[in-house]
Ligand binder design. Structure first.
Ligand SMILES: [Zn+2]
Ligand SMILES: [Zn+2]
Length: 126
């Protein structure tokens, strides 16, 4: 088995953090998760690797107004997110069964939608 460089181990730990969490993560959340596997990993390293993974199209940013940037693994089907107002975590909702019927001006046509839900997660609402 080839010996992995520190850089490779850091990048692998960051990818593993996203796969294991299975929800969008902020840089700080990635840092906490990666610290468990790679001792002394820094926030600068997390930023650098997240940027690399976005360039490689392995991660995509999840835009959320008024919140720090979060990222999730690319290539998922259309879905939405739920933000817990208490712990601040962002969760992924499966699929989309949302029926939005806005009143559109004449001649307008909807080609997609984007929104997120918020409230309390199970842990915070208990
Ligand atoms: Zn919560
Ligand atoms: Zn949808």
């Amino acid at each position: 088995m080839p010996v992995q460089s520190r850089n490779t181990r850091q990048k692998e730990a960051i990818r593993a953090a996203f796969v294991e969490a299975d929800r969008p993560l902020s840089h700080d959340e990635v840092l906490s998760a990666a610290q468990a596997t790679v001792e002394g990993i820094s926030i600068a390293t997390v930023y650098r690797n997240v940027n690399l993974l976005v360039e490689e199209a392995w991660l995509v940013p999840v835009e959320l107004p008024g919140s720090p940037a979060r990222y999730e693994v690319a290539g998922k089907e259309h879905h939405h997110h739920f933000k817990c107002n208490d712990c601040g975590k962002l969760f992924e909702l499966q699929g989309c069964d949302v029926q939005v019927k806005p009143r559109l001006p004449r001649g307008f046509r909807i080609t997609g939608h984007e929104f997120f839900l918020y409230g309390l997660c199970a842990a915070c609402g208990a």
